[in-house]
Design a protein around this ligand. Sequence first.
Ligand code: ATP
Ligand code: MG
Length: 237
Amino acid sequence: MSTVSFIHIQSLKKHFQMGGTTVRALDGVDVEIPAGSFTVVMGPSGSGKSTLLYLLGGLDRPSQGQIEVNGQRLDKMDENELALFRRKTVGFIFQSFNLIQSMSAEQNVAFPMQFDGIAPKERTRRALELLGRVGLSDRSHHRPNELSGGQQQRVAIARALVNEPALILADEPTGNLDTSSGLGVMQVLSELHQSGRTILVVTHDPRMVRFATHKIFILDGLLVSESEYQAANLSFE
Ligand SMILES: Nc1ncnc2c1ncn2[C@@H]1O[C@H](COP(=O)(O)OP(=O)(O)OP(=O)(O)O)[C@@H](O)[C@H]1O
Ligand SMILES: [Mg+2]
């Protein structure tokens, strides 16, 4: 298997059994993604984008095929190994921020560090540093409901950076944001890319494409070329 690619996916399938029918969320995907790339994943609703991201993040396992991230075969891992992989390698950013409402920005970012046995003072120091990196030094004591959507998403990004992940996966991170907040989030992702991380972003936002070094198009659980996508996608957008 290639060691050049950061992500190496071969014949990847994810099928869900629903009563008597099989949903083929991913139906034989092959893709190579280089280290340090910024890949945008596009496809209509239900095409398999989130499924692909979940498999890459070790949040779910494939039905068939190979999936290798940073030299690690996720399809061969058991639950404990996947949990370790998630903790060491992946930062996940969701459309809905998933912040804890009763905690301040700083506490939200510091929270996951307790599972790594980091002392409280050090957690706070690192949380403040991470909030600084996403431009929120002056909002550390705000709770999520005292922050704008874009600011909440930047807190979620800071939290995703706690383990210094090599791979950042973002599932429609600007989907709930207005134009200018969305741009701020994209800029933060772009800075993370420039600092050497590998980034995959699922998005419907054409402005995100500007930041991309690579593009992936999905239709019905299969990767297609940009021209095939454009030909087929006219009816969706
Ligand atoms: N846990 C599950 N059980 C059964 N079917 C599922 C499950 N998760 C996803 N699916 C189905 O798999 C297909 C792909 O879903 P997925 O969430 O990957 O789509 P998506 O491209 O992210 O769509 P959207 O743009 O709406 O988020 C859909 O048809 C969906 O209904
Ligand atoms: Mg989705």
